[in-house]
Design a protein around this ligand. Structure first.
Ligand code: IFM
Length: 436
């Protein structure tokens, strides 16, 4: 099961500082405000009990940087560390292994005010934060994820400006992306020192792409899209540096004049040996000429995919998950892969009897778990799968309109109601654990 702090916690209290997402919310840039979300900050015991009932043996959550360091660096807010410490203890008492993500996009606003991720000093701030959290929880947390989906933070946050901090500038975007990756690499060693014997990885999002036709223009557009969306992050993490074709293409398009923000030694730091690669997978895309930087959903222009679309407008494409996992194994040879997110948004709500019949989510999960199994049978070193998500949470700028949970949340009361998918997944997990 996977979740992130801003999407579920609420709890702007007990000394927590504001993150860029709190500010984005205060500015009215989200469809619903992020102040309370699922009130997990107060209901965390209930949520751990739900996971224990579900029978999952691992929970991936993220730590809100501003709960621990309200100003991003310097003064530590002990109440923030205590919150996560209690959560970790409760998980362990219930036989659930904690997987802690350090950064799921919620940069302290105080650091944004000093330039944010485009500034190299943010890398040092992140390693300071990592060391503090590692020392506080590292005796019990043995699985760490440095960053979640750096492509999203880079492109949606700094190039397209649709996510916090709302910057719209290619040059800052690529600097931000580099500093995110650099802070990942630096933190790997920091975490190993602070949390002896732990496993450290990063969660990369992906959009496998195929050309819309065999026309050379579509094939070239697809290659570009793959570089922009996937290889720009996968390649440096696995020691290959930034892809040459993309460096040239970004120059040709005037996205950058140089990569002078990449200092000698940076690429070695980014290529720090990781224990596992997290892959977040939802859908794939067909790319045609002129749409090579378009994150547009759906699979234009061919026929609709037989499994349909989720309510994010994302085509249900399990086969591409298998293919992508095999590709990653072949191209990058990670020691271990975990699917750190996979799930679907469907808005089914309670019927008159209070039951939530979310058959489409069951089908989505079933198809993707099977696709992952097929990849494992082809030698992919797959060692875990996290559903996104336990609760219907705040889907960033889309607010509560997109429901990804196995548990329905009534956002006016906070009441949690397990959906049919919850019971289906409970049975599935029980059968897996019985046979393992
Ligand atoms: O909700 C997000 C999550 O925060 C990051 N990965 C994708 C999910 C669905 O959009």
């Amino acid at each position: 099961m996977a979740a992130s702090a801003f999407q579920i916690e609420g709890g702007r209290t007990d000394g927590k500082g504001d993150s860029i997402w709190d500010v984005f919310s205060d500015e009215g840039r989200l469809a619903d405000p992020g102040d309370i979300t699922c009130d997990h900050y107060n209901r965390w015991r209930e949520d751990v009990t739900l996971m224990a009932d579900l029978g999952v043996n691992a929970y991936r959550f993220s730590i809100a940087w501003t709960r621990v360091l309200p100003e991003g660096t310097g003064r530590v807010n002990q109440a923030g560390l205590d919150f996560y410490s209690k959560l970790v203890d409760e998980l362990l008492a219930n036989g659930i292994t904690p997987f802690a993500t350090l950064y799921h996009w919620d940069l302290p606003q105080a650091l944004q005010d000093r330039g944010g991720w485009p500034e190299r000093s943010t890398v040092d701030a992140f390693t300071e934060y990592t060391a503090i959290v590692g020392r506080a929880l590292g005796d019990r947390v043995k699985h760490w994820i440095t960053h979640n989906e750096p492509w999203v933070a880079t492109v949606l946050g700094h190039v397209e400006g649709v996510f916090a901090p709302g910057m719209k500038n290619w040059s800052d975007g690529l600097k931000a992306g580099h500093h995110l990756l650099l802070s990942h690499g630096k933190s790997v060693e920091v975490l190993r020192a602070a949390s002896p014997g732990s496993s450290v990885g990063i969660a990369l999002d992906c959009r496998p792409a195929t050309p819309a036709s065999e026309r050379p223009e579509d094939v070239a557009a697809c290659r570009y899209f793959d570089g922009f969306r996937n290889r720009w992050f996968f390649d440096p993490v696995f020691g290959e540096g930034y892809p040459d074709d993309m460096v040239k293409a970004y120059r040709n398009r005037g996205r950058i004049t140089s990569l002078d923000f990449v200092r000698p030694g940076d690429l070695d730091v980014i290529a720090a040996q990781i224990d596992f690669l997290g892959i977040n997978y939802y859908t794939c895309i067909e790319v045609s000429a002129g749409r090579e930087e378009s994150e547009d959903t759906g699979v234009p222009p061919g026929p609709d995919p037989p499994e349909g679309y989720t309510e994010m407008g994302w085509a249900v494409t399990p086969r591409a998950l298998t293919d992508f996992l095999v590709r990653v194994k072949n191209e990058y040879q990670p020691a271990e892969i975990l699917i750190t997110e996979n799930g679907a948004s469907y808005s089914d709500g309670p019927d008159a009897a209070g039951r939530v019949h979310d058959q489409r989510r069951i089908e989505y999960l079933d198809l993707h778990i099977e696709a992952a199994r097929v990849a494992a049978a082809q030698g992919v070193p797959l060692n875990g799968y996290f559903v996104w998500s336990l609760l219907d949470n705040l889907e960033w700028v889309s607010g509560f309109s997109q429901r990804f949970g196995l548990v329905y949340v009534d956002h006016s009361t906070g009441t949690r109601t397990p959906k049919d998918s919850f019971y289906w997944y409970r049975d599935f997990v029980a059968s897996i654990l019985r046979n393992s």
